[in-house]
Design a protein around this ligand. Structure first.
Ligand SMILES: NC(=O)NCCC[C@H](N)C(=O)O
Length: 433
């Protein structure tokens, strides 16, 4: 197996390896009484969600070298019996599983352990009439949000972060990612030195009681030198400071690392749960934005605190907006409006992840097809708008021919889980970095 060198110094450079997760049985088990606690806005029609996700993966594969599923990587990591036993023990410490459940997970083949941890494991005698309202009684509960691979871990430059989730529903996901980074045959050459952030390991060891939260949707690697991180409903300022400290310490050893971390002060609300729900980069010169938060003159403009990572002591400055702060560090982006110029469509399409495009290569993005006003705005900005079916039916179409493209994917089901295309991906490596 060819080792994978972590390398993400850009939001736009051509994708090499990217990790996703096809929504499995974990989404089929959801009943209305579970939705709110499990952070979905509806129950999904699983088969259709899987068809949509398959189309999404095929679009990614038109440009990326490899599109990997986290479940496969997890199974491959668990092939080592010692790793499997250690994982079950850490899961027990993290969430307090009873002994007989741990024994079951230990005795399973790796694929079954992984399937149970992700898809859930009911009690043998679970009554078929169970009415889920408040109680969540599974032997091992399902983790349907793993579909949003962006959030539980992040590759930042040539290192990674094991994130810590703000909600109970997602607390198990980073442990899976931590095991994949540390034990997968293609990734395990990376050491602790390459890990920027991890609250999960100290929590399991009893070294900390309450982790500070940070989720990957808030982390954008905008260049070799600049990161933007949302201080949001899901990511706490203390976590961002820990990340900044870690990057700064690394920089002291090797000055090729990041110079600036721009902390975007976000409203604490579900519609803008992560920075990537309101701002994504689409090309070297452009970004998609939810206008009220980024456009000069708006009363809701988001302020930015810039942390200078080049100095041993903490140096911070404040800026009125992200676009201005970026300009000061040499990144001059033209905003394209999610929802176009109509303020009702801006709100509607932001809610359905119109601002959450995923970049496959500079100027080549994929987004949800339902956001028509956003597509029109991209069309006006010179993006050739195609639907995924047309693209996939035409093998001669070269998305890397130098034009700008928006490939619209079908996502009537996926969008009900309240996350968009960028949320569904975790790049491991992009080109040229
Ligand atoms: N980066 C993202 O914005 N991820 C979307 C996560 C959606 C998921 N249902 C959640 O609420 O965590």
């Amino acid at each position: 197996m060819q080792p994978i060198q972590l390398s993400v110094f850009s939001e736009t450079a051509r994708l090499k390896q990217v990790v996703v997760h096809n929504p499995g049985p974990e989404v089929d088990q959801m009943v209305p009484g579970m939705m709110e606690k499990l952070l979905f806005d509806d129950i999904l029609y699983g088969d259709l969600a899987r068809q949509e996700h398959a189309q999404f993966r095929q679009v990614l594969a038109r440009v990326a070298d490899e599109v990997l599923d986290i479940q496969d990587l997890f199974i491959e990591a668990l092939q080592d019996e010692g790793v499997k036993l250690a994982f079950v023990e850490d899961l027990r410490r993290l969430v307090g599983l009873p002994d007989d459940t741990c024994n079951l997970l230990r005795d399973m083949a790796p694929a079954d352990t992984a399937r149970s941890v992700i898809g859930g494991l009911p009690w043998d005698d679970m009554p078929s009439h169970t009415h889920w309202e408040e109680e969540f009684d599974y032997r091992v509960r399902p983790i349907p949000n793993l579909l949003f691979m962006r959030d539980p871990a992040s590759v930042i430059g040539d290192g990674y972060s094991v994130n810590s989730m703000a909600t109970w529903a997602r607390e198990r996901e980073p442990l899976i990612l931590s095991y994949v980074f540390r034990h997968h045959p293609r990734l395990k050459h990376h050491t602790e030195h390459d890990k920027w952030f991890d609250q999960v390991t100290p929590l399991i060891r009893g070294e900390i009681k309450a982790p500070v939260s940070m989720e990957g949707g808030d982390i954008l690697v905008l260049s070799h030198k600049v990161l933007a991180v949302g201080c949001s409903e899901r990511t706490q300022a203390d976590a961002i400071h820990l990340l900044a400290e870690s990057l700064r310490a690394h920089r002291a050893e090797d000055d090729s690392s990041f110079d600036h971390l721009l902390m975007v002060l976000m409203p604490k609300k579900r519609s803008a749960m992560h920075l990537d729900t309101i701002f994504t980069r689409t090309s070297e010169a452009e970004c998609l934005v939810y206008p009220p938060y980024f456009v000069e003159g708006s009363r809701e403009l988001l302020n930015v605190t810039s942390i200078d990572l080049r100095h041993p002591e903490l140096r911070m400055s404040t800026h009125p907006s992200l676009l201005k702060a970026l300009k000061r560090v040499g990144i001059d982006l033209r905003p394209i409006f999610c929802g176009g110029n109509d303020f009702i469509l801006q709100q509607r399409e932001q809610w359905t992840d119109g601002a959450n495009a995923f970049c496959l290569a500079p100027g080549v993005i994929t987004s949800y097809g339902r956001n028509l006003a956003t597509a029109e705005a991209l069309d006006r900005a010179g993006y050739r708008v195609l639907n995924a079916k047309e693209v996939l039916a035409d093998p001669a179409l070269d998305l890397l021919d130098g034009q700008k493209y928006l490939v619209q994917i079908e996502a009537g089901e996926l969008s009900r889980a309240r996350g968009g295309p960028r949320c569904m991906t975790m790049p491991l490596a992009r080109e040229g970095s």
